[in-house]
Design a protein around this ligand. Sequence first.
Ligand SMILES: Cc1ncc(COP(=O)(O)O)c(C=O)c1O
Ligand code: FES
Length: 405
Amino acid sequence: MKVVYLDNNATTRIDPEVVEAMLPLLTHQFGNPSSAHGFGALAGAALRNARRQLQALIGAEFDDEITFTSGGTESDNAAILSALEVMPDRTEIVTSAVEHPAVLTLCAHLEETRRVKVHRIPVDRHGRLDVDAYRAALSPNVAIVSIMWANNETGTIFPVAKLAELAKEVGALFHTDAVQAVGKLPIDLKSTAIDMLSLSSHKLHGPKGVGALFVKRGVRFHSLIKGGHQESDRRAGTENTPGIVGLGTAAKLALKFMDDETRRIKRLRDRLENGLLQRVPNTFVNGDPLERLPNTANITFEPIQGNGILNLLDRDGIVCSSGSACTSGCAEPSHVLRAMKIPHGAVRFSFARDNDQEDVDRVLEVLPAIVEKLRDAPISGPDRRSTEDLQCVPGLIARRTGDHS
Ligand SMILES: Cc1ncc(COP(=O)(O)O)c(C=O)c1O
Ligand code: FES
């Protein structure tokens, strides 16, 4: 059975051209980019090329604004911790209630251990940021604002350029987790007030375990990882040269495919959403109806929780993701859906350039019957429990929550 992979916000298939570009660095071009000899210089040249490829994708003004890291999580941590170090007089962070745990877990930790005050800005039922609450939270005590460019579960896009300008008015640094936006939306950092941006290679058909942090020239930065002088003293440790070359190639391909593929993928996504809304009653699309990633569909089939659907789709070879906090089939919707006051879990379908119309039609063929079956199931089944029925144990959620991507 051919697997229909519709979980591209979790991770994407590595592009064969990316693998090909990485191979020399995994085999014969194994030099250390920091070595003084010519053999190491070859690896150094490959790094410079990758930096320029990434610079082009995000519209950075200078290639030295890009620091390679181990991925989105490290980039998010590095940005926030650096801001607190370079501005020790400022002890507040502004973020949103729907960030990835790479930001929210760090913020909770800082609140507990460093007496940092964290403002978690709420969202409305479409996942849109409460901009009035955002303005009210900004003050000269704020060291850094960290608001994602696009949400990984619903695809809702935040107006980060405007939010960055507001942050500047109080002298705060502005960081954005753009892990889900880079490669899917055109980005031109030159024209924005954004100081720092995180991205991750495996979300754009590159290898896992590599990413980057953009730090605008002139923004003071303290390295999270202390050691050697790699990455212009911004990230110690010998660079993951094969991974970085893979990321550079993935960036080049993302730029090449951006226009045509974005339009094609959006058509597939819309076909899926419209088809499901027509075929399955009491079905809702979550997220901002207008400002939304073109590849993401997050759908609630009332009153079913996402996990039940997910498991049955999986048996039919269709792979997607649920908007539930717990992967074990219990009823709690994710922190994102709860912030949007959506009482039921959801199913997230996320597309990429590997998908085609056949994939959509398979889902449209199989899913209506699955929903009907679950809706007819006895009320005691785990998929029919409401949030109120469930005594949720926070430690249990933390342990059971596997998929936060
Ligand atoms: C919005 C967002 N931020 C951060 C991450 C973490 O990135 P990484 O897996 O590279 O650590 C992910 C994905 O997992 C994500 O979707
Ligand atoms: S959501 Fe699974 S234990 Fe609460």
